[in-house]
Design a protein. Structure first.
Ligand SMILES: O=P(O)(O)OC[C@H]1O[C@H](OP(=O)(O)OP(=O)(O)O)[C@H](O)[C@@H]1O
Ligand code: HPA
Ligand SMILES: [Mg+2]
Length: 183
């Protein structure tokens, strides 16, 4: 039998349809809140790419996009707490309305570092948006302006989120079978 990615998924936590509806709502809210302005969306590579692509198309005001890559997880399932910049922005931040886009806030360490870093570049405003929020695992307090879904403490994959670089292309959020990462 050919091994399917679905065989590694314990269950679907958030379906494709639920994602679609919630992202449409988030896009409407952001469009209202920033009416008359332009946004520079900063996606945090690599997990945020799929969410950001859909969210940007749900927003009907002008949006520029840029990306930052930081790394804290490596191939494991919990944060090392060490954040490194692997790729910096191409655009300048000063005087712009910045919306940082994440796939998930877990310990909060990545976002906490990023917001401090971007704040020091003097944006006109700075807000953040995440598809998923896992508050049970928080190590540092971070303010979330737009949250898609609050989820329980399971390691999730799909819709941008990976385990060891796999499963990002699943079209839903799923809970991985522990056997996949417990040897
Ligand atoms: O709140 P935290 O505990 O910091 O965790 C959240 C961060 O960790 C994941 O990225 P990862 O480092 O796995 O890189 P990836 O996006 O390339 O998967 C995720 O995409 C967030 O950026
Ligand atoms: O639950 C998760 N899944 C994938 N990547 C992650 N990075 C932080 N939390 C998670
Ligand atoms: Mg990851």
């Amino acid at each position: 039998m050919i091994h399917s990615m679905m065989d590694d998924v314990e269950r679907v936590l958030i379906s494709t349809e639920e994602l679609k509806q919630r992202i449409a709502d988030m896009g409407r809210q952001i469009s209202q809140d920033y009416a008359g302005k332009e946004i520079l969306m900063i996606g945090v590579l690599r997990g945020a790419v799929i969410f950001m692509a859909d969210l940007a198309r749900a927003i009907d005001i002008p949006v520029a996009i840029d990306f930052m890559a930081v790394s804290s997880y490596g191939a494991g399932t919990s944060s090392s707490g060490v954040v490194r910049i692997l790729k910096d922005l191409d655009e300048t931040v000063e005087g712009k309305h910045i919306l940082v886009v994440e796939d998930i806030i877990d310990s909060g360490l990545t976002l906490n570092y990023l917001l401090d870093n971007i704040k020091s570049r003097k944006p006109a405003s700075l807000r953040m948006c995440t598809l998923l929020n896992k508050p049970e695992r928080r190590k540092v307090n971070v303010h979330i302006d737009y949250n898609g879904f609050t989820i329980p403490d399971h390691f999730v994959v799909g819709y941008g989120l990976d385990y060891a670089e796999k499963y990002r292309n699943l079209p839903f959020i799923g809970i991985l079978k522990p056997a996949v990462y417990e040897p």
